[in-house]
Write a protein that binds this ligand. Sequence first.
Ligand code: SF4
Length: 350
Amino acid sequence: MVRTGTLREQDLVSAGLVEAGRLEEITRVAGKFAVALTADVAALIDPANPADPIAAQFVPSVAELLTAREELPDPIGDARWSPVPGIVHRYPDRVLLKPTLLCPVYCRFCFRREVVGKRPAMLDEPALEVALNYIRRNPEIWEVIVTGGDPFLLAPRRVGAIVRALDRIAHLGVIRFHTRVPLVDPGRVGSALVGALAADKAVYVVVHANHPRELTPRARLALTRLNRAGIPLLSQTVLLRGVNDDAATLEALFRGLVGIRVKPYYLHHADLARGTAHFRTGIADGQRLVRSLRGRVSGLCQPTYVLDIPGGYGKVPIAPCAARPGDSLGGWTVEDSAGGRHSYPADPEG
Ligand code: SF4
């Protein structure tokens, strides 16, 4: 049994999750990138399986010390679009608000791994006010994505203060939280946190889920609590080699999510974060997986496969397109989910 609370690198050996001989190597990794697991995550790991998909996501590996030539410290270019601390304004109608850079777990493939878990970890009150003022001053902003780090790691009192401040901004339509807490630390989703999310505006919660084993009874309960409070739930998944890069695993994950009223929203192609090459699949592999899912599950279970263009140029869908120009003049060839090709007439004139 592992003890409760947060496990750091030195705890992983005593919890039996890492052999003693690897302590030196994981301590070196922890000197570069933050390390933490929750008791809920530790309990999910099968220490007898060297390829355990949960361990792969959270237990540090010496492979993280290798930086591939194409990898970047800020792979999706957050810094370029940050007008004030805690805000990223990449698209005209929405901003990221990052009140904390702390997480309950540190994912070994995180695209913000150079900043999460490091200081300054929190926006203090004056800095938060500057960030909120930026949102107030820019009426084109319609949606605020509260992310981090993990905003559900904040005390419910602070979450509530942020929700209330955003709820009072007339030009906002949507407040969206991105979190891993309901799956990795579900005990935090109690009545105080759920109550803190109450607002007149639409509040959405997007949970990060990568493997069907993460949908534990405790996680299901946490998601049900949010759902019963009327909060629409979506999910995002990172496509990770050795974790979920096969159609059966993705199918089980997406069916599992839909079955507990969570709509799969994004399947992210893994970003070019430093020390994460061992997690990345090729885009062609991702497209093959997405194509095979088309025939296996309903549209409800299919997220959009997306890539954040390195350098901060935004997110684009990269799923294979089923329609391409055909042989006949102006006509189309459309591919069904089994790979069969069909003709479709030319577009109407005008
Ligand atoms: S929870 Fe999100 S922000 Fe935190 S380490 Fe994981 S991917 Fe990164």
